[in-house]
Design a protein around this ligand. Structure first.
Ligand SMILES: Nc1nc2c(ncn2[C@@H]2O[C@H](COP(=O)(O)OP(=O)(O)OP(=O)(O)O)[C@@H](O)[C@H]2O)c(=O)[nH]1
Ligand SMILES: [Mg+2]
Length: 179
């Protein structure tokens, strides 16, 4: 009955995918959400708690939970692991000194049982800045090769949220996860 109901719901309303978007403060999460949603980066302030938006792309509704990255909000990240379908972890590729911190937070998050089997997208943001990590650097410095691909199939997409570079790659990846 539950399965039939959700099939009917899908038929009339399309699919919904819940996206948990986390990462250190200032990495560009809200800017990325603004671009995905409104095609404009906008002016952002540090997110306090949760910024939740529904973004419709074709027949898919993305429910995006963009969480504050400051230390005092990181407990909130864990509260949403069970209900989400995918995790987007945004990292500031130009803030090299903070990458060890990002690595620690990412792996702590992945220890959560609620995330088992869920896909992970690491968004390497701020590629418009010259002195920054490359995709290979970030795989190495975030220890991504240590993530069990069966437990969390992962991918990395380099972007600039501010300059709207490679945003369609992010959206396409997210839509693929809803199938
Ligand atoms: N150069 C550059 N700056 C960016 C980029 N994306 C975001 N920023 C800037 O980074 C700053 C922080 O962006 P936010 O989107 O507010 O960061 P956040 O991750 O939501 O931060 P919290 O809400 O505090 O966790 C802002 O000044 C943005 O304009 C980018 O691709 N390139
Ligand atoms: Mg924010």
């Amino acid at each position: 009955m539950g399965a039939l109901f959700s099939k009917l719901w899908e038929l009339f309303n399309g699919k919904q995918i819940e996206i948990l978007m986390v990462g250190l403060a200032n990495s560009g999460k809200t800017t990325l959400l603004n671009v995905i949603s409104d095609n404009e980066p906008g002016d952002t302030l540090p997110t306090v708690g949760v910024n939740m938006r529904h973004v419709k792309k074709g027949s898919v509704t993305m429910k995006v939970l963009d969480l504050g990255g400051q230390e005092r909000f990181r407990n909130l990240w864990l509260e949403h692991t069970k209900s989400c379908d995918v995790v987007v972890f945004v990292v500031d590729g130009a803030d090299i000194d903070k990458v060890p911190d990002a690595r620690r937070e990412l792996h702590k998050l992945l220890e959560n049982k609620g995330l088992e089997g869920k896909p992970l997208l690491v968004v390497l943001n701020k590629i418009d800045i010259e002195r920054r990590f490359t995709k290979d650097d970030i795989v190495k410095h975030l220890n991504l090769d240590y993530i069990d691909n069966n437990k969390n199939p992962w991918a990395v997409i380099p972007i600039s949220a501010l300059h709207k570079t490679n945003i369609t790659d992010v959206v396409d990846w997210l839509l693929k996860q809803s199938k």
